[in-house]
Design a protein around this ligand. Structure first.
Ligand SMILES: Nc1ncnc2c1ncn2[C@@H]1O[C@H](COP(=O)(O)OP(=O)(O)OP(=O)(O)O)[C@@H](O)[C@H]1O
Ligand SMILES: [Mg+2]
Length: 268
C-alpha cells in the first residue's frame, strides 16, 4: 500500500520564560517528528499531557505551520487547511451561530453539494451519532458530549480522505464512547480513510490502532511505535478481553511510565 502521509522532521519550538528570569529559552513542543502513514491506516498517538499531540494535529491540519520540517499528503506538500482533511478538535470548535444540522452541513456547502443532498447526508450523520431530535438546536443548548458528537459528524460528513481526531471521545460517557469507537471502526473499514487519532486512554488506543505512536514530552518526539496486530473486532472491556490485548495495554503503559524494561516485548 502506498504511503498517504509523510511527516518529515517536524519541529515546533516556543520561546518561553522559565522561572523568575526574564530570559527566554527554547521549548520544543515537537522535535524531529518523522512518521509515514499508509493509505487507510489507523494510527493512534498517545503521550503525556503537553507532549505535543495537539500541536502535531494542528500542523497536519494546516491550521498552523511547523517551524521546520514538512508534511506531504498523497505526495503534495501541505501548505494550509483543505477539505482533504477532516479535523475533530480537542475543543469542539462548532459554529455557535449555526444549528446542529447547519454545522454538519458546513463542509458540504463549501463543496457546493445541492441542498437536498446536503440534507440527506447530514440526516444520516445526525442519526449515526445519535442526535435525532436535536438537529435544529444551537451548540450552546447541548452537553459537552453531544457537542463532541456534532464535531465528529461534521468532520465525517464531507468525506475527507484523512481524519485527524484530537481526543474525540474524551468528553463522552463510557457507554457512548464504546458505541462511537465501534462506529468509527465501521466507518473506517467501509470508507478506507486514513486516521490519526489522539487519546489519553491506553485501552482505547489498543482497541482502535493499527499502530500506536508513543510520545515523550519536552522535547515532544516519538519514543516507540507499537504495531497492534490483534484481530478485529477487538474487545476492550469486560470478560472478553484477550490476554494479548492486555499485554499491549501493559506494554504501552510501561512505555508511558518509563518501565518498558519490565515488560517482555517478545511476548507480543
Ligand atoms: N503558544 C504557545 N506558547 C508557548 N508554549 C506553547 C504554546 N502552545 C503550546 N505550547 C506548549 O507546547 C506543548 C505542547 O502542547 P500541546 O497542546 O500540543 O500538548 P498535548 O500533547 O496536546 O497536551 P494535552 O494532552 O494536555 O492535550 C505544551 O507544553 C504547551 O504548553
Ligand atoms: Mg492536546
Amino acid at each position: 500500500m502506498p504511503n498517504k502521509i509523510e511527516m518529515n522532521n517536524l519541529s515546533q519550538v516556543y520561546y518561553v520564560r522559565s522561572g523568575e528570569s526574564s530570559k527566554k529559552s527554547a521549548f520544543y513542543a515537537l522535535k524531529d517528528f518523522t512518521l509515514s502513514v499508509r493509505d487507510g491506516e489507523f494510527v493512534v498517538v498517545v503521550g503525556p499531557s503537553g507532549c505535543g499531540k495537539s500541536t502535531l494535529l494542528g500542523i497536519l491540519s494546516g491550521l498552523f505551520k511547523a517551524n521546520s520540517g514538512s508534511i506531504a499528503i498523497d505526495g503534495e506538500t501541505v501548505e494550509g487547511p483543505a477539505l482533504d482533511r477532516g479535523f475533530v478538535m480537542q475543543s469542539y470548535a462548532l459554529f455557535p451561530w449555526r444549528t446542529i444540522r447547519k454545522n454538519i452541513e458546513f463542509g458540504l456547502e463549501i463543496k457546493k453539494i445541492p441542498r437536498k443532498e446536503r440534507g440527506a447526508i447530514s440526516g444520516a450523520y445526525i442519526d449515526l451519532v445519535g442526535l435525532n431530535g436535536f438537529e435544529n438546536r444551537y451548540p450552546h443548548e447541548l452537553s459537552g458530549g453531544m457537542k463532541q458528537r456534532v464535531a465528529i459528524a461534521r468532520a465525517l460528513a464531507y468525506d475527507p480522505k484523512v481524519l485527524l481526531m484530537d481526543e474525540p471521545f474524551a468528553a463522552v460517557d463510557a457507554q457512548t464512547r464504546e458505541k462511537l469507537q465501534d462506529e468509527l471502526i465501521r466507518i473506517w473499514k467501509k470508507t478506507n480513510k486514513t486516521i490519526i487519532f489522539v487519546t489519553h486512554n491506553i485501552e482505547e488506543a489498543v482497541a482502535l490502532a493499527d499502530r500506536v505512536v508513543v510520545m515523550t514530552e519536552n522535547p515532544g518526539t516519538i519514543k516507540e511505535i507499537v504495531p497492534i496486530d490483534l484481530p478485529r473486532p477487538r474487545v476492550s472491556v469486560g470478560t472478553g478481553v484477550s490476554e494479548r490485548y492486555s499485554i499491549f495495554v501493559n506494554k504501552i503503559w510501561g512505555l508511558l511510565h518509563n518501565e518498558e524494561e519490565s515488560f517482555e516485548s517478545a511476548k507480543l
